[in-house]
Design a protein around this ligand. Structure first.
Ligand code: HEM
Length: 323
């Protein structure tokens, strides 16, 4: 029925609503997987690890203890991350993408290994030092390869994703009438705003799982070995779960049960950091301006991406506050 891959760099929400009308779980030929679009069905794929097994994912740099002021280094890291994301979008089926991802991972290793080795000898106030100190309590033997693996996952999972969130936050501030005034009047609502944007436009639209056993979901039988993709972004706009789902509603209740950070055992370990970064950006932007507006003639952002998605690029300017 659907062809989800046709939605690369395009707004996929109409596809989600149309597919949902046909049922909460559908087969997608282009992905070779069943898409779990309903809230309950997507959640159920995410939380049941014994049924659906996981298929292998400038704050993070600072957190790890890298030189976060080295712009060139960070640009390389971002490029390597994008290459690895592109590979993950091919589900390992594209040899050229796999080789590029391996080269990107090697580039990241070259940046991380000198710091990992230095912290082995001399601890500092950073996450790599903590990994050396606490890692052996979790896994034995614990060495350079284990610290490197943790750093790679953190770097990959924590940097690009949050950048997409920040873009989507700015996008909603620019497009949703009155929301900036409301937050300026009551900054205690910023946290709720961040979560509502995560629900409405969470950067991670779907995850990948494999059925470990025959299982029934949403009226369909999924056979052992078949892929089932929880469509987190579709589930987050499921009208049965979120009334009036396409509207931003800061006072929704419950507000934090969305699937932007997953659910169940593989819940995002960086959720609190991502929420804090989002809130910090909104809190810094709002009091400095009386609003934001598009730059004349510069074009409007489009929904771009596939695995992580956001509206970009934003050519917008802050209107200075009248003094
Ligand atoms: C808006 C920002 C973020 C979003 C939308 C996001 C989303 C997610 C999602 C959906 C997963 C589940 C992956 C899966 O099981 O298939 C995940 C896992 C993970 N995230 Fe995040 N994440 C964000 C920010 C961060 C940050 C800032 C960090 C690190 C500081 C981080 C670290 C991780 C790690 C390590 C995992 C793997 C957890 C595990 O497998 O047990 N994430 N994230």
């Amino acid at each position: 029925m659907g062809d989800y891959r046709a939605y690369v760099d395009r707004d996929p929400y109409a596809f989600y609503s149309d597919s949902l009308e046909r049922g909460p779980v559908c087969w997608d030929e282009s992905m070779g997987a069943r898409l779990a679009l309903g809230y309950d069905e997507a959640r159920s794929v995410l939380v049941q690890e014994s049924v659906f097994g996981a298929v292998p994912s400038d704050v993070i740099a600072a957190l790890l203890g890298l030189d976060w002021q080295d712009e060139q280094l960070l640009a390389s890291c971002r490029a390597w991350n994008s290459t690895i994301f592109r590979w993950s979008e091919t589900f390992g089926a594209d040899e050229a993408a796999t080789n590029e991802a391996l080269a990107a991972a090697a580039g990241l290793d070259e940046v991380l290994l000198p710091v990992i080795r230095a912290r082995r000898e001399h601890r500092a106030d950073d996450l790599i030092s903590l990994l050396w100190d606490k890692g052996p309590d979790a896994l034995q033997p614990w060495g350079e390869a284990e610290v490197l693996a943790q750093c790679r996952v953190l770097f990959f999972a924590g940097s690009d994703t949050t950048a997409h969130l920040l873009r989507n936050l700015l996008h909603v501030l620019l497009t949703e009438p009155g929301v900036d005034d409301r937050l300026r009047a009551d900054p205690t609502q910023v946290g709720a705003f961040v979560d509502e944007v995560l629900r409405l436009y969470g950067p991670i639209h779907f995850r990948v799982r494999v059925a470990l056993t025959d299982v029934e979901l949403g009226g369909q039988v999924i056979r052992r070995g078949e892929r089932a993709h929880p469509m987190n972004a579709a589930a987050n706009q499921e009208p049965r779960h979120y009334p009036d789902p396409h509207r931003i509603q800061i006072d929704r209740s419950p507000l934090r049960d969305h699937l932007a950070f997953n659910a169940g055992p593989r819940f995002c370990v960086g959720a609190a950091l991502a929420r804090a970064e989002g809130a910090e950006v909104v809190e810094q932007v709002l009091p400095r301006s009386s609003g934001m507006d598009w730059v004349d003639g510069a074009g409007r952002p489009r929904f771009r991406g596939y695995m992580p998605r956001s509206f970009r690029p934003h050519f917008a300017a802050l209107a200075p506050r009248a003094t």
